[in-house]
Design a protein around this ligand. Structure first.
Ligand code: SF4
Length: 234
């Protein structure tokens, strides 16, 4: 498993748990606002220092009794066929696992849930669930049926989950966000995350103004009825 980064402690990435976050290398999307180009773009990946898997597991052993969970994010973790074995090694240490995913690999998500390998899943919803919107938003051709399948699997699962969208004003106007909310209506939790103009894959995005808190509050209020919990994240 290629590990491109490790945040040794986080109190916010795994709801209710003290966790670390491990960043796996590689992604099949190219969202222009992405903040993680060093582990997404192949030419940057080659220059990114890697963490050896053995060292990561030694780190977990050292933090035994302190850490409660591990957040696995990327890049896109589910493009790695060895992900289930990697998670099994984490689970052997008695830790809970949260997976962050773009939802492009429903088969992997289904099998991880079935094998009790994940305890929490956070799936990004990049755009309304149709091909035209997704392709123009995720920076590549996306099989939207797979994304829809992941939404269905997650909604019908027994594990805790959230959907979330990073909103960029030039991409996600209020109508688009309402369309997304409609598409995933009935989900337990939905978070609207404000875009940050920093080290974005498309450098022109570093000049964009994020939404004001007031605008996002208004949008959130107009969609909150679709969910049990609907909140903003900054
Ligand atoms: S935002 Fe996520 S899905 Fe999009 S390119 Fe970056 S890592 Fe991949």
């Amino acid at each position: 498993m290629e590990i491109g980064g490790l945040q040794k402690t986080t109190f916010i990435d795994y709801p209710g748990k003290i966790a670390c976050t491990v960043f796996l290398v590689g992604c099949n999307f190219r969202c222009p606002w992405c903040y993680s180009s060093e582990i997404v773009l192949p030419d940057k990946i080659t220059r990114q220092p890697k963490i050896i898997e053995r060292d990561f597991f030694s780190f977990l052993d050292e933090r035994k009794g302190i850490l409660e969970g591990v957040v696995i994010c990327g890049g896109e973790p589910t493009i790695n066929p060895e992900l289930p074995d990697f998670i099994k090694e984490i689970k052997k240490r008695g830790l809970q696992v949260k997976l962050d995913t773009n939802g492009s690999n429903p088969e992997m998500i289904k099998s991880l849930i079935k094998d009790n390998l994940i305890d929490y899943i956070a799936m990004d919803i990049k755009a309304p669930l149709n091909e035209k919107s997704y392709n123009s938003t995720a920076g590549t051709r996306v099989d939207v049926d797979k994304v829809k399948e992941s939404v269905k699997i997650i909604k019908n699962s027994k594990i805790d989950y959230e959907f979330r969208t990073t909103v960029v004003p030039s991409i996600h106007d209020a109508d688009k966000i309402r369309e997304i909310a409609q598409d995933i209506s009935g989900a337990k939790k939905y978070f609207i995350q404000n875009f940050r103009a920093e080290k974005n894959i498309d450098e022109s995005f570093t000049k964009l103004e994020p939404y004001s808190q007031e605008s996002l509050e208004k949008i959130k209020d107009s969609i909150a009825h679709h969910f049990d919990v609907c909140q903003l994240r900054y």
